[in-house]
Design a protein around this ligand. Structure first.
Ligand SMILES: *Cc1c(COP(=O)(O)O)cnc(C)c1O
Length: 419
């Protein structure tokens, strides 16, 4: 693919002119650097603010001011049902049936709630298989769950690590580990796109291997939702969780999404930590004893919706519906390939780094991770000083994530020039 690219500014501009999604850039707020929009490559960490969010949040503030408690039942979007207004768009985003998804809480909380239901060690079957070097919050969640059940993390957590001299995982190694520990494994828990390397795992193959082994399969899609099209219903994991403030552009601390496969939709016997919002909607306000979960993922809710952050999330999800995840992916493939070309050209001119993200486009989203040499930190600091927003991950990785919603090919050309 890279061979089609040319280094000129005109070429970058031509790609922008041919981009059917180019107008979406104007729907986002860019931080400024010396009066110019920054070159923002950090949507993997915090997505830019959609302009529509301000009005959406203000509308809820007005609704609160005007109606106070009656706001739960009045208006176009009564707060009482607010989580439902996000369901359809969320289902489209991750390839799920509407009753398989719900928006609630925040990510690490939901990971715990899902493990309460789907990490149920019994007898010999108590292990969790996950990728080595998972996001720290996930590691802490898993360690603490394992200890909660009376096991030792060193024994109960099986990590799949890259081979000597390699940076990313081979699918064959993941599947082999699952089958080797098969009859001792309770849960296989992987990220979708790995936050550090940018590798996108084969979620379908991992799910099938977990199920063959008699274990549950769950995914943390924090870096995946809004980055790649997903087919969660078809791929069949038991659960998945994600956050909304990275590629989903819904604001700092935004709410989390949860997927529970329909095979568990009607399982009141599945252990779970319950709250009133997960209780059968028709009898919720009778305030009676005896928890009866709602059908599907909604039955895992604890609390009533965080309206202000849900409003921001809804405004952002509307943009995903407008652009379409598949069209975003088409642009993303080209944008990331162009970034790869641009970075590789800089390396050929003597910049010291290696791209550790797989170069096979099916095995990555938009992020490219650069493993830098001794000058890495200085390079990162110089870029920051020139209005390029990326992020640094210890010990020596710079992550670049060109986001198809708001990054242009010209952004990448400008980055190349600075490099
Ligand atoms: C971003 C991220 C988190 C953050 O969790 P919060 O509960 O939203 O703070 C957790 N896990 C992964 C894999 C992440 O990428």
């Amino acid at each position: 693919m890279t061979s089609h690219f040319e280094p000129s500014f005109d070429f970058a501009q031509k790609l922008d002119q041919e981009d059917p999604l180019r107008s979406f850039r104007e729907k986002f707020v860019f931080p400024q650097h010396h009066g110019e929009p920054v070159l923002y490559f950090c949507g993997n960490s915090l997505g830019l603010q959609p302009i529509a969010v301000r009005d959406a949040v203000n509308a809820e503030l007005d609704h609160w001011g005007e109606h106070a408690v009656e706001g739960h039942f009045r208006g176009e979007k009564p707060w009482m049902y607010y989580h439902k207004f996000l369901t359809e768009a969320t289902a489209r985003l991750v390839g799920a049936l509407p009753h398989e998804v719900v928006v609630m809480n925040t990510l690490s909380v939901n990971l715990h709630l899902m493990m309460v239901s789907f990490y149920r060690p019994s007898g010999k079957r108590y292990k969790i298989i996950m990728e080595a070097g998972a996001f720290p919050s996930d590691q802490y969640a898993v360690e603490s769950q394992v200890r909660f059940h009376g096991f030792e993390p060193a024994d109960a957590i099986v990590e799949v690590a890259p081979r000597e001299g390699e940076e990313t995982l081979r699918t064959a190694d993941i599947l082999e580990t699952i089958s080797r520990h098969g009859n001792e494994t309770a849960l296989v828990l992987f990220s979708g796109v790995q936050y550090y390397t940018g590798q996108f795992f084969d979620l379908k193959a991992i799910t099938e291997a977990a199920h063959r082994a008699g274990a549950y399969a769950g995914f943390d899609l924090a870096h995946t939702a809004g980055n790649l099209p997903l087919e969660l219903h078809e791929w069949g994991p038991d659960f998945a969780v994600w956050c909304s403030y990275k590629y989903l552009n819904s604001g700092p601390g935004g709410p989390s999404g949860v997927f529970v496969h329909e095979r568990h939709a009607n399982s009141p016997e599945l252990p779970r930590f319950a709250g009133w919002w997960g209780h059968d909607e028709d009898s919720r306000f009778r305030m009676e004893k005896g928890f009866r979960p709602m059908h599907g993922a909604a039955g895992w809710q604890l609390s009533n919706a965080q309206i202000l952050s849900f409003a921001a999330h809804l405004a952002s999800l509307n943009l995903f519906d407008e652009a379409g995840m598949n069209r975003l992916r088409v642009k993303s493939l080209l944008l990331t390939a162009y970034l790869e070309y641009t970075l590789t050209s800089a390396r050929d001119r003597g910049l010291d780094f290696r791209i550790i993200t797989p170069n096979e486009s099916n095995s990555r989203g938009c992020q490219l991770s650069l493993l830098t040499g001794p000058e890495g930190r200085a390079l990162f600091d110089r870029l920051t000083g020139q209005g390029v927003v990326t992020d640094w991950r210890e010990p020596n990785v710079i992550r670049f994530a060109p986001v198809p919603f708001y990054n242009s090919f010209t952004d990448i050309w400008k980055l190349g020039k600075l490099l």
